[in-house]
Design a protein around this ligand. Structure first.
Ligand SMILES: NC(=O)c1ccc[n+]([C@@H]2O[C@H](COP(=O)([O-])OP(=O)(O)OC[C@H]3O[C@@H](n4cnc5c(N)ncnc54)[C@H](OP(=O)(O)O)[C@@H]3O)[C@@H](O)[C@H]2O)c1
Length: 279
């Protein structure tokens, strides 16, 4: 009898939220899962999590290399990379400190890029492999007072669109997962810029971010994304992107490209309680 090998799965950001749900679910479904956290020893583990948590910080290139090397040395291959770890900053674009903007892009974009570069040689040599990148509906729609978060996810969207065409001939597939609002540690972890004294953005930033946070707290459950990821491990050919979330959010992402752009912008501003006048 031929022994079926368990698919080896590498999930960045598996200590919490979406990554944690995906890691637990895929492990229960028979995958050999390695998840990452910046501080794996400090993470409170649940009894039903059947995956190993290893150290990796997307802001530390050496730790990205080391984490991928560890899994490749142990298992000889990575069949699926779920490039999921990320964070968000919030605040007026005019006032966000450069240091925070750099952290946003370094974590969500350059960190993900380095991780993908690290796994690609092994996938190419194997002639197979899947890379799923957690983007966001905020990577399709620019979000007010989360402009840099959106920028980091728009960057990922362009990167994956291009990457797909480069790696197709090697049997490696990549796709974007675009969640709407989901309950996770993301809201708590968001780094919010305090508006400057006398800031003209104070009221509007407060209203828009409060709406975003309320939506996240009342959002979907990460298990829905885990189910999607499992389905994508079994799908023969991956599409460019998969939007996951409430019907309203999926419709918003879908109709934005076909709506007149000023109408789309008006709808987004109204949704986030922005009048377009100085308050
Ligand atoms: N929740 C939503 O509504 C939503 C919507 C759209 C997209 N997303 C995206 O989904 C992904 C997962 O977020 P989540 O909602 O599950 O949030 P979460 O609960 O805060 O989880 C974020 C994960 O990323 C890890 N992480 C954060 N900064 C990191 C860094 N510098 N290096 C390595 N790992 C880091 C965290 O691990 P440690 O802290 O243990 O290192 C944690 O496991 C993110 O890319 C986010 O942008 C979330």
């Amino acid at each position: 009898m031929i022994e079926q090998k368990k698919p080896v799965v590498f999930i960045s950001g598996a200590s919490s939220g979406i990554g944690n749900a995906c890691a637990t679910f895929l492990a229960k479904k028979g995958c050999l899962v390695y998840g990452t956290s910046r501080k794996p020893a400090k993470v409170q583990r649940k009894a039903d999590e059947f995956f190993e948590l290893i150290a990796m910080d997307l802001n530390d290139s050496a730790s990205i290399q080391a984490a991928v090397r560890l899994v490749l040395e142990k298992e000889g291959r990575i069949d699926l990379l779920l490039c999921n770890a990320g964070m968000g900053i919030g605040g007026p674009a005019e006032e966000c400190p450069l240091e925070d903007i750099r952290r946003q892009m370094d974590t969500n974009f350059l960190g993900a890029v380095q991780l993908i570069q690290a796994v690609l040689p092994a996938m190419r040599q194997a002639g197979s492999g899947r890379i799923l990148v957690t983007s966001s509906i905020g990577g399709r729609i620019g979000l007010p007072f989360q402009a840099f978060y959106s920028a980091s996810k728009f960057a990922l969207e362009g990167f994956v669109e291009g990457l797909r065409m480069e790696i197709k001939g090697f049997g490696v597939q990549a796709a974007l997962i675009e969640p709407g609002d989901f309950r996770s540690g993301f809201t708590e972890a968001r780094k919010k810029t305090a508006t400057l004294p006398g800031s003209p953005y104070e009221a509007s930033a407060g209203i828009a971010l409060a709406k975003a946070e309320l939506d996240e707290k009342n959002g979907g459950y990460p298990i829905d994304i885990a189910r999607l990821v499992l389905a994508l491990t079994r799908k023969k050919k991956l599409a460019v992107r998969y939007t996951v979330g409430s019907l309203g959010q999926r419709i918003a992402a879908g109709i934005k490209p076909i709506l007149p752009s000023r109408l789309a912008e008006y709808a987004i501003m109204a949704y986030y309680g922005l009048s377009g006048r100085n308050s």
